[in-house]
Design a protein around this ligand. Structure first.
Ligand code: ADP
Length: 545
């Protein structure tokens, strides 16, 4: 340790000097004027000074490199820990500084100082311990940055979760990645279906020139296609002679470019591009972060695409459905007038009274058949119309509604000696009463029709409160339905043909009605039956509101 012992009152023994050299940390000795008069090798290394340098003469220059770690500006002389210790005659504990050396190198250092006194107990100078904390500081900075970026991934994921709109997802993604990686421009590029060309789906701050060069370019022609195919991040600077760099990039203000894959289900579905005016290359953790962001964006793009597809398919289905409904309506409507004509002429013939007995019978048969056809066409028309016209929901008292239905059917119920029971508390519901009445009407009608030769016919109508919906049921102890027909009977014109049903009249439209009305009201309908002769229970749900 070179210690200037003349004219400054600092005297350090040889033993102490040897001890200082042995210490790994830097040691600095100042005189009582705050001038550096000695350093051990460790401190010399940090300050980058030569053994032979006259420390005291260069003290001011050396200390001028001590800066505030946050503002990075030189610390004023009275605020240097050595001078603070001299002024207060007290130690100063571990203060952190940034040391900017004349050769441009920078170190983060921690300095602790203590005063020391001469024989007459007069302050002689300070002894400073200097620790190089550059590595720790860098690690801290990396960690903080990594933390910031991780929270950025989190933010981008949360944000993208909020929207399912394709355009919004793309635009948010460009903006957010620019934000996180302080990019000056950005873009999302997606391939065409054939995977041959790549298109700019969203962009920010990019010139028309650039966009027209890249938009629709061959997948093999530039770095975007390369990343899409190779599925790895490319971080390149304009200065590197990159063959796949877009030509216009050389004329742009951007010095570097990061291209990263947007992945969904492990596959690149597009690429993200981030342009920066500064020349930088992403490495290590930053690459991982941008890969993570790519996965978040990829998943969001895929989700919103699926959503769009579903919407389009639903629209198509709705329009096909409407078309079909109009078609059915038109056909049944057109069928109606010729039937009316047949009915009319048959009636006229009969009334003219100029018929043989045989002809009279035939005319009767024509009249019965056309009457059946007439009612069938009417039913079909009704079915086609359900949901399409004046179906206005209203507050409906379900107990009264069921009562009305039972009343309308009372004669037939009495004829068949059916015992009727009600179960549960019927609620008030906001429904199209006319429709719901039809559901019960059809189900009760079927229960009577398909009672078979049951000695004590029983009909139960019930309801259960299922929190977000009500479950209604109509149960009978009639002929029952085999499992294989449970689904089919709800389709139009589907009837079960057995010896039990043979003589029962019907068109196979009743349950199709029930299903259509229930589903239009937001519920579901199904049947439960243990099989032939075991009775049937028809159940349907209606949403609470
Ligand atoms: P329809 O009664 O006019 O034939 P539906 O659509 O109302 O038409 O019923 C379809 C078929 O379902 C019926 O033909 C019958 O075979 C069966 N079915 C309906 N309700 C019952 C019931 N309560 N018990 C047994 N079978 C039934």
């Amino acid at each position: 340790m070179g210690v200037d012992v003349k004219n400054n009152g600092v005297v350090i023994s040889e033993d102490l000097l040897r001890l200082f050299e042995g210490i790994g940390e830097g040691m600095i000795v100042t005189n009582r004027f705050g001038e550096i008069v000695g350093m051990n090798r460790a401190a010399e290394k940090v300050f980058g000074v030569d053994r032979e340098l006259n420390l005291r003469k260069n003290s001011a220059l050396l200390l001028s490199g001590v800066c505030d770690p946050n503002t990075k500006r030189p610390v004023a002389s009275p605020n240097l820990p050595f001078n603070q210790t001299i002024a207060s005659e007290r130690p100063i504990d571990s203060k952190e500084f940034l040391l900017k050396r004349p050769d441009g190198k920078e170190f983060f250092i921690q300095i602790s100082t203590s005063p020391f006194f001469g024989e007459d107990n007069v302050l002689a100078g300070t002894l400073g311990i200097l620790i190089d904390v550059t590595n720790r500081r860098k690690l801290e900075e990396t960690l903080t940055q990594r933390n910031l970026q991780l929270s950025a991934i989190n933010r981008i994921a949360t944000l993208l979760n909020r929207t399912i709109d394709f355009r919004e997802v793309l635009e948010y993604s460009v903006r957010q990645t620019m934000d996180i990686f302080t990019g000056d421009a950005g873009a999302i590029l997606l391939p065409d279906k054939a995977g041959r060309r790549i298109f700019v789906a969203a962009s920010a701050n990019l010139s028309e020139d650039f966009l027209s060069e890249v938009h629709g370019s061959e997948i093999t022609s530039n770095v975007f296609g390369k990343v899409l195919r190779a599925d790895t991040v490319e971080s390149i600077s304009r200065n590197e002679n990159q063959v796949l760099m877009p030509r216009t990039m050389r004329r742009s203000p951007f010095a570097s470019l990061v291209v990263f894959p947007l992945k969904a289900k492990g596959k690149a579905v597009g690429v993200g591009a981030l342009f920066s005016e500064s020349s930088r290359v992403l490495e290590g953790a930053q690459r991982e972060i941008i890969e993570g962001i790519g996965t978040v964006i990829g998943a969001a793009i895929e989700n919103s695409r699926l959503h769009e597809e579903t919407i389009q398919k639903t629209r198509l289905l709705e329009s096909k459905n409407r078309e079909l409904q109009q078609f059915t309506y038109a056909i049944t409507h057109d069928l109606k007038s010729p039937i009316l004509v047949i009915e009319g002429f048959a009636r006229e013939l009969k009334r003219s009274g100029r018929l043989e007995v045989e002809q009279d019978v035939l005319i009767d048969a024509i009249m019965t058949s056309s009457a059946r056809l007439h009612s069938l066409v009417n039913d079909l028309l009704d079915l086609a119309r359900v949901g399409s016209v004046d179906a206005v929901p209203e507050e409906t008292n379900m107990a009264q509604l069921v009562e009305r239905v039972l009343n309308d059917m009372s004669i037939r119920l009495a004829e068949k000696k059916v015992n009727v029971a009600l179960e549960g508390t019927f609620p008030q519901l906001y429904v199209v009463a006319r429709y719901v009445e039809r559901i019960f009407m059809n189900l009760v009608d079927n229960a009577i029709k398909y009672m078979g030769d049951q000695a004590s016919p029983q009909l139960t109508i019930g309801v259960q409160d299922k929190v977000d919906h009500y479950l209604f049921y109509v149960r009978d102890n009639g002929i029952g339905i085999q499992q294989e027909f449970h689904e089919r009977i709800f389709a139009i014109f589907q009837r079960v043909k057995t010896s039990d049903t043979e003589k029962v009249e019907g068109s196979g439209l009743g349950l199709a009605f029930v299903k259509k009305i229930v589903e239009l009201s937001g519920g579901t309908v199904w049947v439960e039956s243990a099989g032939k002769g075991k009775g049937s229970t028809f159940l349907f749900t209606l949403p609470r509101q």
